[in-house]
Design a protein around this ligand. Structure first.
Ligand code: COA
Length: 160
């Protein structure tokens, strides 16, 4: 049976930290689906079609990876994709409480679902999409944090 893993998130926008997690996941699973949604508690900066485009460009060339949007509960999406594995990145202890809560809530709703936590390279443990956007808005250089194709989208955010 094919081992399909789903890596959900808002990816607003994708950073090198996300790409690092996807690479690690492709080494472990037969197929990795990057599932993009809007976090209910966090309005997004980039519309979903732009987030999908940025991800597809950033992950071009990685084998057995697809990028899709979804709405609604993650567990319902997993069911529709016949997947049982959720990938999440753990950057620091501060991520743990929120991730633990989500993993157990998903398990409560769908006991067959397992969440697998992967650690990004330590270079990316302090990275977040919000920080990158803040740096871009204030005219800082973001080339070290995001794939080249993402930079033009961030440049648009720059304060006049
Ligand atoms: N490298 C760099 N940054 C990373 C990272 C990594 N490896 N992993 C996470 N991050 C950052 C993200 O950039 C994001 O930064 P931001 O807050 O500045 O935007 C932050 O960590 C949160 O990560 P993200 O992957 O975007 O998670 P999220 O909190 O937006 O995603 C969902 C949460 C979408 C998975 C969750 O809300 C969900 O499952 N929604 C569907 C509805 C549902 O089922 N709800 C019930 C859940 S129990």
């Amino acid at each position: 049976m094919k081992r399909i893993a789903v890596y959900p998130g808002s990816f607003d926008p994708v950073t090198y930290g996300h790409v690092d997690i996807v690479r690690r996941a492709t080494a472990l699973f037969d197929h990795v689906i990057i599932a993009v949604t809007t976090n209910q508690g966090k309005p997004s900066t980039f519309p979903i079609d732009e987030r999908l485009t940025m991800l597809r460009q950033a992950l071009r060339g990685l084998p057995r990876v697809t990028v899709e949007a979804f709405e609604g509960l993650l567990v319902h999406y997993l069911q529709a994709r016949k997947a049982r594995i959720v990938i999440r990145g753990l950057r620091a202890i501060s991520d743990f409480e929120y991730e633990f809560q989500m993993a157990l809530m998903n398990r409560h709703m769908a006991p067959q679902v397992e969440t697998v936590f992967l650690m990004p390279d330590e270079r990316y443990t302090y990275l977040s999409s919000s920080l990158v956007k803040e740096i871009a808005r204030l005219g800082g250089v973001v080339a070290a944090f995001v794939p080249r194709s993402v930079s033009p989208y961030l440049t648009r955010l720059k304060n006049p």
